[in-house]
Design a protein around this ligand. Structure first.
Ligand code: NAP
Ligand code: ZN
Ligand code: ZN
Length: 351
């Protein structure tokens, strides 16, 4: 199979800084779309993976799964994209396409494991997949999304992970009018969760550890804000929420948040800290509460979410950075100093 070299940023070890690397991309196959990457969001999963916090990173690792770009070349059988189109790629680039989940359009739950945009086995090149911290990417057209033309492109990139990862569970648990919905952890995912829950008609309650986000959360669409470090505020709000979306990246006491749920309420985890999160039996039993999880979203849901964002003019609140600033950006992400998503301007990779 033909390949060509592409500039990228990645890391060769858990404790090494990200640096300029050269990777290979495949020449287009009949169903492939080759995309010049314009912008790539910086997800906390990139940091977890680069630093091997989930204990399965294969090095070298090139993170990045919030990709927006322009189509440079299409394979002979491609029908959905043409050269010059805007295109986007999220967290998946393939799946088995044969299992029950794939057949019903839930590729993210592929029973054989979906092929992620980075750090998954690449069946074409016999290596790991490499993500969007790179100048270009080649992806099967079935896993490429259309970008609404009216949205700011850089602020659209985070929709490809932070957007769909919050959209999918809010839809699955039928969040809407008449419901009080809590969003815990107002980072890249959480701030999109607030915007979507509000747009779906719910009464939105932000639960944050950051006093500096209390006022801002209202601007994002929150009806109420609970500062979780204030025990009296937490106690005053026990048994009030129908649903909670937990978007926290670090170790935290889930039991404290479960107390906020009403009878039969669900707390769905999308945040994925490194270590187990202990649950006390009596956090669930006395009020028949549910502790659940959710991963990203299907390709169909991702397109539905992007189209919804186009219609309702919804994008992420971002800070644009150069590729060379990624290591400082990771440090700031860890200390919660980003409102609310870093996005890399990929033009900086050419410098
Ligand atoms: P992020 O921007 O760093 O946001 C994480 C937020 O968590 C912070 O802004 C902070 O919000 C809160 N937080 C941090 N430390 C905390 C602590 N010790 N206790 C309580 N809250 C704390 O990260 P992200 O990119 O949104 O990602 C969030 C998590 O979701 C990561 O673990 C990521 O890997 C995971 N993720 C999962 C999926 C999936 O498919 N399930 C997809 C993407 C990402 P406040 O300042 O408001 O407290
Ligand atoms: Zn992500
Ligand atoms: Zn499958």
């Amino acid at each position: 199979m033909g390949t060509y070299p592409v500039k990228a940023f990645g890391t060769e070890a858990a404790d090494a800084a990200l640096k300029l690397l050269e990777i290979e991309r495949r020449t287009v196959k009949p169903n492939d779309v080759a995309i010049d990457i314009l912008f790539c969001g910086v997800c906390h999963s990139d940091l977890h993976t680069a630093r091997n916090e989930w204990h399965h990173t294969v090095y070298p690792n090139v993170p990045g799964h919030e990709i927006v770009g322009r189509v440079r070349e299409v394979g002979a059988d491609v029908t959905k994209f043409k050269v010059g189109d805007l295109a986007a790629v999220g967290c998946m680039v393939d799946s088995c396409r044969e299992c029950e989940q794939c057949k019903q359009g839930s590729e993210q739950y592929c029973e054989k494991g979906n092929i992620q945009t980075y750090n998954s086995p690449d069946k074409h090149l016999n290596k790991q997949t490499f993500g969007g911290y790179s100048a270009a990417i080649v992806v099967d057209e079935d896993f490429v999304l259309h970008v609404p033309k009216n949205l700011d492109l850089a602020a659209t990139a985070p929709l490809l992970c932070a957007g769909v990862t919050t959209w999918s569970p809010l839809k699955h648990w039928k969040v809407g009018p008449g419901q009080k919905v809590g969003i815990v952890g107002i980072g890249g995912l959480g701030h999109m969760g607030v915007k979507f829950a509000k747009a779906m008609g719910a009464h939105v309650v932000v639960i944050t550890t950051s006093a500096s986000k209390v006022e801002d959360a209202k601007r994002l669409g929150a009806d109420e804000v609970i500062l979780s470090t204030d025990e009296s505020q937490m106690a005053a709000n026990s048994n009030t929420l129908h649903f909670i979306l937990d978007c926290v990246s670090a170790q935290h006491d889930v039991n404290a948040y479960l107390k906020l749920l009403k009878v039969d309420g669900t707390l769905a985890l999308v945040g994925a800290p490194e270590h187990p999160l202990p649950i006390a039996p009596f956090s669930l039993i006395p009020a028949r509460k549910n502790f659940a999880g959710s991963t990203i979203g299907s390709i169909e849901e991702t397109q539905e979410m992007l189209d919804f964002c186009g219609e309702h003019n919804i994008t992420s609140d971002i800070e644009l950075i150069n590729m060379q600033d990624i290591n400082t950006a990771y440090d700031r992400l860890l200390s919660g100093q980003v409102k609310y998503r870093f996005v890399i301007d990929m033009a900086s990779l050419k410098n």
